[in-house]
Ligand binder design. Structure first.
Ligand code: HEM
Length: 105
């Protein structure tokens, strides 16, 4: 009985330890230098406005072609994105779904 109680307390403790950090984790932020390390189609991060996006999985899916996304990899893609998609809801929503954090100054 006592062993079982200890076992369940241990299980609860383990659950708290393993789930709590992700639940309370601060929003991630990345520097432009960190983004620059992901400058290829196999790992493609980009900055748009104040956000950082991992668009690796979108390279091959973009309706406007993969080269448009590849040209943003590792860079600040704000101008490229807005020159093509300013004000359009669908590209903005798609972009938001790839957000991994914000840009650290
Ligand atoms: C991560 C950034 C981008 C996202 C999330 C994105 C998203 C999208 C989406 C959702 C569409 C379909 C729009 C619709 O059917 O209403 C689209 C189309 C298009 N995009 Fe992008 N886009 C991005 C970057 C770019 C860039 C940098 C360029 C060019 C410099 C570009 C050029 C185009 C073009 C030309 C189309 C039209 C394709 C067609 O309908 O024939 N996109 N994009």
């Amino acid at each position: 009985m006592r062993t079982r109680l200890i076992a369940s307390l241990a299980a609860v403790g383990f659950a708290i330890v393993s789930f709590a950090p992700s639940a309370v984790a601060a929003p991630k932020s990345y520097t432009a230098a960190q983004v620059a390390k992901h400058a290829s189609a196999s790992s493609c991060w980009t900055i748009v406005g104040k956000g950082v996006y991992d668009v690796t999985k979108y390279v091959a899916r973009h309706p406007g072609g993969s080269s448009a996304i590849k040209s943003m990899c590792g860079k600040n893609g704000s101008a490229m994105f807005s020159s093509q998609h300013a004000g359009a809801r669908s590209p903005a929503r798609t972009l938001a779904s790839y957000r991994i954090g914000k840009l650290r100054a």
